[in-house]
Design a protein around this ligand. Structure first.
Ligand SMILES: Cc1cc2nc3c(=O)[nH]c(=O)nc-3n(C[C@H](O)[C@H](O)[C@H](O)COP(=O)(O)O)c2cc1C
Length: 283
């Protein structure tokens, strides 16, 4: 790795030294100097903070770095994007252009990752038949388990554990009826796109990295006029079913930590929603 400073351009403002969390940039003989280069985690902060464009780094793509346009950083717009996003469960029967999905995943690169390890990957499924089949398998398993709770030991267990009041169990009769009569898919919501978000197994903060990327995706997709919905059932099914992981091409060394469906919403929400006030302790 090579990190260099253009002495002619540098004003010795020392922002690179103040900002470098890995201690790569240090003051040597009164000048900012890249010292312990092997410690660098390639976060680009030194280049981002430098007002003189004096730093070059051979592991970073200079063409990806641009001047921040502060006029676009409108907090009211951001607030509206976040507060008006809803989980979309009714989609138009219309595919999402691949370039649009690429644009969204491209933005998710900017989401933070632990130690800047940038280890988040995606499986994007747009094959409608595969999505339908996957939803059918998960729903089928749900039906199987639900039917087990109707009598015998299953009934006893749900009564004893209080699961009898679980709202997902309670809705199953209606869901089955709707599924049979109208083809309504209660798992992947008849969506045209399914995105599985993965990171290496057993790696610190892998789930955090994936879910922060997922949040970036859902908000940007919403701003672009798309609807998304987190699908915990999908993530859970993939955790337990090796067959499903294989079918959906999940690499052996990776785990799916978040699943999203995406598509053009069938309708828009005219209003925002009511959410609980958070529990906050001030110290
Ligand atoms: C981790 C997680 C898992 C979720 N799993 C599902 C799911 O499997 N199916 C579904 O329809 N919605 C799922 N949701 C969406 C929530 O039900 C939804 O966010 C919540 O009801 C609030 O609605 P809103 O997103 O419109 O504000 C999930 C959300 C999260 C954050």
């Amino acid at each position: 790795m090579r990190i260099e400073k253009n002495e002619d351009k540098c004003s010795e403002c020392m922002l690179c030294v103040r900002d470098c969390v890995m201690g790569v940039w240090r003051v040597v003989d009164g000048k900012s100097t890249p010292e312990d280069i092997d410690l660098c985690n390639c976060c680009s902060h030194c280049i981002a903070v430098c007002p003189c464009d004096a730093i070059s780094h051979d592991h970073l793509k200079k063409e990806q770095i641009s001047v921040v346009n502060r006029i676009n950083l409108n907090p009211d717009v951001y607030r509206d994007i976040v507060s008006s996003r809803r989980s979309t469960r009714q989609f138009k029967n219309q595919p999402v252009p691949r370039e649009m999905i690429e644009r969204i995943l491209d933005l998710a690169r900017y989401a933070p990752t632990a130690s800047n390890n940038q280890n988040v990957g995606y499986i994007v499924i747009t094959d409608k038949r595969l999505i339908e089949e996957t939803a059918g398998k998960i729903f089928g398993l749900g039906k199987f388990l639900y039917n087990k709770t109707k009598n015998g030991i299953g009934r006893l267990l749900v009564n004893m554990t209080g699961l009898v009041n679980n709202r997902y169990l309670k809705v199953m009769d209606y869901a089955q009826e709707q599924n049979t009569q109208n083809g309504r898919d209660f798992i992947l919501h008849n969506a045209p796109v399914l995105i599985l978000i993965h990171a290496p197994k057993r790696t610190a903060f892998a789930s955090d990295n994936c879910n922060i990327a997922a949040t970036t995706i859902i908000n940007y997709a919403h701003a672009l006029g798309l609807g998304t919905c987190y699908i915990g059932f999908m993530t859970m099914a993939l955790q337990y079913s090796g067959k499903l992981r294989k079918k959906l091409g999940v690499p052996e060394n990776r785990r799916i930590y978040a699943s999203l469906v995406m598509g053009y919403p069938a309708y828009r929400y005219a209003n925002t929603v009511s959410k609980k006030n958070p529990e906050v302790q001030w110290l």
